[in-house]
Design a protein around this ligand. Structure first.
Ligand SMILES: NC(=O)c1ccc[n+]([C@@H]2O[C@H](COP(=O)([O-])OP(=O)(O)OC[C@H]3O[C@@H](n4cnc5c(N)ncnc54)[C@H](OP(=O)(O)O)[C@@H]3O)[C@@H](O)[C@H]2O)c1
Length: 309
């Protein structure tokens, strides 16, 4: 069926997730209420926030103010990278509920695979308990590489019935210069939904020589081609903008289709993250070590000094 602004994907939890999401990272809290309300009025039904974005309260307020019933809205938050442990995750979920006043959070993620094995699995257990308590509907991870996913799946297999939780989502940086075939394949084999963050490559590639001719061919903006690429790959896309006109522009992704030739041209095979890359962080070590190692490795891979495996 043709994609449209209200298209959704079914999560492994059984809930539906809107394919178009509105990201609020780096959205100042003073403007978050206004821009989020504008996004909902422009047709978005899904907002991606996080504890570390420091705008949960105004973002949720903006969502609710737009006048759309709560059950038609989808809100995500995340346990901060520095708080990946059982106790911190529990506290964090309660804080999100209090700040947002949404009654429940649609999707709660572990923001990064830090905290060591005990921290990661402890924080996951807190998410599972939050689902049982009706505080959260679906749970998932963010920035998990294949080795982190394997660790979680191994642990899940050892749990008694009902205690393992269901991984609904992995939210990672995804765009034509970072298609991450290994992680995508791991998730797709298990029907885990991929959420593409930084889908506009943070506006750093709008004049790219591969992208521009495709935009011209379809009479669309380069930003719309990038977002359409994500949708046609089957990803949930999370564009961010604090500019009213761009918030609207980023919803106009329907009524045209990238053909095989366009998709092949955009299949660059490159490894060029535009932000951090915790998917490469090692399983063990403290958060600081994992952070530094993950960053150093992503730079080495980016500049071709090491291959990305
Ligand atoms: N889980 C994670 O670790 C993680 C990491 C990064 C991001 N995320 C999520 O993904 C969301 C999006 O990622 P992102 O914020 O890194 O970057 P992005 O969405 O790729 O790019 C945002 C940038 O693009 C500009 N922009 C937006 N629409 C545009 C358009 N139509 N034409 C030209 N420029 C445009 C924005 O400017 P203006 O705002 O000035 O309009 C902003 O500078 C975040 O907000 C967050 O929800 C998650």
């Amino acid at each position: 069926m043709a994609l449209h602004i209200n298209s959704t994907a079914k999560l492994p939890s059984g809930y539906e997730i809107p394919l178009l999401g509105y990201g609020v990272y780096q959205t100042p809290s003073e403007v978050a209420e206004d821009v989020t309300q504008h996004a909902i009025k422009s047709g978005y039904r899904h907002v991606d926030s996080a504890t570390v974005y420091r705008n949960e309260e105004p973002s949720a307020k903006g969502m609710l103010k737009a006048g759309i019933p709560r059950d038609q809205l989808f809100y995500t938050s995340k346990v901060p990278p520095k708080s990946i442990s059982y106790n911190d995750a529990k506290a964090c979920i309660d804080e999100s509920l209090k700040k947002t006043g949404l009654g429940y959070v649609d999707l709660y993620l572990l923001h990064a695979p830090y905290g060591g094995k005990e921290g990661r699995l402890g924080a996951w257990k807190a998410l599972v308990e939050a689902v049982d308590a009706g505080k959260v509907r679906s749970i998932g991870v963010s920035n998990y590489g294949v080795h982190h996913l394997d660790e979680l799946e191994e642990w899940q297999k050892q749990q008694p019935q009902g205690a393992a939780g269901i991984i609904s989502v992995n939210q990672i940086e995804l765009h034509p210069w970072l298609a991450r075939k290994d992680i995508v394949q791991w998730c797709e084999r298990r029907n885990i939904v991929l959420q593409a963050y930084s889908p506009l490559v943070r506006a750093t590639r709008m004049d790219d020589p591969i992208l521009m001719p495709i935009a011209k061919k379809h009479g669309k903006e380069p930003s719309q081609i990038l977002l359409r690429w994500g949708l046609q790959k089957g990803f949930v896309i999370l564009p961010k903008s604090v500019t009213h006109s761009r918030i609207e522009e980023n919803t106009q992704l329907y009524g045209f289709e990238l053909d095989g030739e366009d998709m092949r041209a955009l299949d660059t095979g490159k490894y060029e993250p535009c932000t951090w890359d915790p998917t490469t962080a090692p399983l063990s070590g403290g958060m600081a070590l994992q952070f530094v190692y993950g960053h150093a490795l992503s730079y080495l891979q980016r500049f071709g000094i090491m291959s990305h495996g």
